[in-house]
Design a protein around this ligand. Sequence first.
Ligand code: GRG
Length: 296
Amino acid sequence: MKKSITPFVKLLEKTNHETRNHLKTLLPQNTDRKISAAMNYAVLNGGKGLRTFLTIESASLCGAPKSQALQAAAAIECIHAYSLVHDDLPAMDNDDLRRGNPTVHKKWDEATAILVGDGLQSLAFEILTNDSTHPKDQIKLDLINSLARASGVNGMVGGQALDIEAENSKTLLNFADIIELQELKTGALIRWAAEVGPRLTGQNMHPFTQYAKSVGLAFQIQDDILDIIGNTKSAGKTLRKDSKAGKATFVSLLGLEGAKKKARKLIVHACAALDVFGAKANRLHDLANFVINRNF
Ligand code: GRG
């Protein structure tokens, strides 16, 4: 199935290009070194840029300067790229393909992939400490602290650990377990991205948190749907892994139609959470709809 180029996809690609150009200035420049080349590859070689778009739109909705938004977007993308590189390792998901290209440990080697993830994680926090992220230390500290929490043991890492435990257990997860796992594994970073605007400007975080919770779950439901009905070429990664492994997913628990219905309901909730912003939130509505209509 071909990627359909809607006006929203064009905007997403434009924003992705802009963020990646900013990231190019922050990533190691000495790409004749293996580790630097591999870090650049992990971040810049594809990716939809959903988390960076969310960061930039959240900041824009709150009236934060673009330069600050780009710094936060660069930080979240480094954490996201690190998680994918480590997730693809043989000790975790053991994948050869990511974003339609060889995974970092396949293109180089496992030691390089581990170091790329480590290097990107450190870089994310280094980026946030920069004065261009925000003039006030208190705000930079809050961004650093909240990103550390979202990506750590009470966020993404904790969710990944639950996922691995579940794979090695004979008991299948139930619906509440899967929600808990996914809110940590993928939801926590999505939520951080959505909360960047209020964190930079001191505005009410609640609408953004509510929006992100629903979008994060809908994102994961669509991922589970694509694992069943998607096409490896457009997805750019190995599919049907969860079903082959007999893992409990939103689709195995709700059925395909039930999962689609749940995702649509979540998107209605997500958009309603931003009612207070009126038409100014249209781009975040479009993002929410894209999340459940994407085929990649
Ligand atoms: C290794 C600590 C550690 C954590 C890994 C995020 C994650 C936790 C693993 C990724 C496994 C996976 C495929 C999860 C499903 C949701 C997800 C994060 C998909 C990839 O995100 P996209 O679709 O990726 O936004 P792109 O390539 O567009 O950036």
